[in-house]
Design a binder for this molecule. Structure first.
Ligand SMILES: Cc1cc2nc3c(=O)[nH]c(=O)nc-3n(C[C@H](O)[C@H](O)[C@H](O)COP(=O)(O)OP(=O)(O)OC[C@H]3O[C@@H](n4cnc5c(N)ncnc54)[C@H](O)[C@@H]3O)c2cc1C
Length: 315
């Protein structure tokens, strides 16, 4: 059933003009390059528009979700019912909110690219974000995913976040009010973070002045080592969470002999077994089938249940 009634379509069009797109193919908005259409994709330009949007869609009783850079999402082939919200230009600011001799707190809007935040830190000679070198996507997505590498994660620098509780309440949350875990973060103990009830507006990151170290060189070194191990092609990064620090999912998949296995246009990378590459017009169904086969083989062989790190959404 289409949830976009003519009345809702009219309201969204009147308010958002060219910033609302109906039947928006999500394959164009995700790094996997798969996924059916979102019934509506709206890009509110600032907080005022975001509040307006949430008021309208909540009154219509329509489900919604937030899209960052789409680099950790697998959207199913029939698409997303309801509204996908993509924070726009007004969420793309970086500013300093505290500057001391040992600590600089930088606030970045949710739509800022993580790479742009890293570039800002390098240009200003601040350290702390080297772990994020080469992680694609937005600051909002990085916060929600507690994105990171073996060198650290968002949690190692996050001081707090601002969230919008629908329809219009902005809450400033300090780090000790957040529930941070491996590749996930929420602001409620039992929060189902696959469907956030809030929108992350911004995050505050505690960085340090580079005393003796060279942030640009640290960043460069991280990038270089990444490019050696990271597969090329359309993907969403690591598909599965590591069951533990000394048991990387990629190693289990490799040891199960699954590197190179393909379903339709999707293949397990020969370079890094925790990556699935959309190498030939894969469908989301191909990728899901491959995920299922990997989980079964690894469970049969090692009695380990691999849990997806990527967020699977839609129908
Ligand atoms: C080539 C490649 C390499 C990668 N390497 C890494 C890596 O080294 N480490 C790592 O951790 N990840 C990695 N990833 C995965 C991905 O880049 C990260 O998880 C990234 O932080 C996701 O950000 P995003 O903006 O793309 O989020 P999206 O994919 O758009 O969304 C991810 C989740 O966050 C939610 N969300 C996004 N923005 C908001 C917001 N403002 N408010 C509320 N909810 C929001 C979405 O609803 C969704 O549930 C990689 C991906 C690729 C393609």
């Amino acid at each position: 059933m289409n949830l976009m009634t003519p009345d809702l379509k009219k309201k969204l069009t009147e308010r958002f003009g060219s910033r609302v797109q109906f039947n928006a193919p999500m394959a164009r908005h995700t790094s996997f390059r798969v996924g059916g259409p979102a019934e509506a994709l709206v890009t509110p330009k600032d907080r005022v528009e975001l509040v307006d949007l949430l008021t309208v869609i909540r009154a219509a009783g329509v489900p919604w979700m937030v899209l960052g850079g789409g680099t950790n999402l697998l959207v199913k082939d029939r698409g997303i019912r309801g509204v996908v919200i993509s924070p726009g230009r007004g969420f793309d600011q970086i500013q300093i909110c505290h500057k001391g001799p040992d600590k600089i707190v930088v606030e970045a809007g949710s739509a800022v690219r993580l790479s742009a935040l890293c570039r800002y830190a390098i240009d200003n000679n601040y350290t702390g974000l080297h772990f994020a070198a080469g992680i694609p996507g937005s600051v909002g997505g990085a916060i929600l995913m507690n994105a990171g590498t073996r060198q650290g994660a968002v949690e190692s620098v996050l001081e707090g976040i601002d969230v919008l509780e629908p329809p219009d309440q902005v809450r400033t949350l300090d780090r000790d009010q957040l529930f941070i875990r491996y590749r996930g973060l929420s602001w409620q103990p039992a929060g189902d973070d696959a469907e956030p009830i809030c929108v992350v507006l911004s995050g505050r990151f505690a960085l340090a002045p580079a005393a003796g170290s060279d942030p640009a060189a640290e960043f460069e070194a991280m990038l270089n080592s990444r490019w050696k191990t990271q597969p090329k092609g359309f993907s969403a990064g690591c598909v599965f969470k590591n069951p533990s620090a000394d048991m990387p999912a990629g190693r289990l998949i490799d040891q199960a002999g699954l590197k190179g296995m393909a379903v339709g246009g999707a293949r397990i990378s020969a370079v890094h077994a925790n990556y699935i590459i959309n190498e030939n017009d894969a469908s989301a169904a191909d990728i899901l089938e491959l995920i299922g086969r990997v989980q079964k083989c690894v469970a049969d062989r090692f009695r380990v249940c691999l849990e997806p790190e990527i967020r699977i959404v839609g129908e």
